[in-house]
Design a protein around this ligand. Structure first.
Ligand code: HEC
Length: 124
């Protein structure tokens, strides 16, 4: 065995196999890390999207045609300032509509409707 010229090659081969095995373990670990990062990234994105919803901007796009530029009325929609309705009522009207007021439930989430209702209740 001592003088067998193949021995060094076998050693190198074994070392290489070990290295490949070690690197694949290392890679699997990294993969987990990367996957973890993506998951975190997603949650952050979702949170950011919820925060990005801008109730005032939304009313400027979707509501002023009927409720007037400053939402004080003027079109077919009534003044939205100083409403005495509860937040629940306002939420319901925005979500499901009422008479000539269109329903927005299909366009925005309940959470966003909540934010809209909160915003409308700040209008004095
Ligand atoms: C197509 C015209 C139209 C659009 C667009 C519209 N509304 Fe209205 N809205 C109305 C009308 C008309 C009423 C009165 C409904 C009634 O007579 O019951 C109303 C009523 C409301 C009320 C109830 C007011 C009260 O006195 O209790 C709220 C709140 C409201 N709208 C919010 C919104 C918001 C927020 C948007 C935009 C996301 C919007 N509306 C878009 C026409 C519109």
């Amino acid at each position: 065995m001592k003088n067998n010229p193949v021995v060094p090659y076998i050693l190198i081969f074994a070392l290489g196999l070990g290295l490949i095995f070690f690197m694949s373990l290392w890679g699997a670990d990294q993969k987990k890390e990367i996957a973890g990062e993506n998951e975190d990234g997603k949650t952050e994105d979702t949170a950011a999207n919820a925060e990005e919803f801008d109730p005032e901007g939304f009313t400027q796009q979707k509501c002023i045609s009927c409720h007037g530029g400053d939402l004080t009325g003027g079109g077919i929609g009534p003044n939205l300032h100083g409403l005495s309705d509860s937040k629940e009522t306002i939420h319901d009207i925005i979500k499901n509509g009422q008479n000539n007021m269109p329903a927005f439930g299909g366009q925005i989430s309940d959470e966003q409707i909540d934010q809209l209702a909160d915003y409308i209740l700040t209008l004095k």
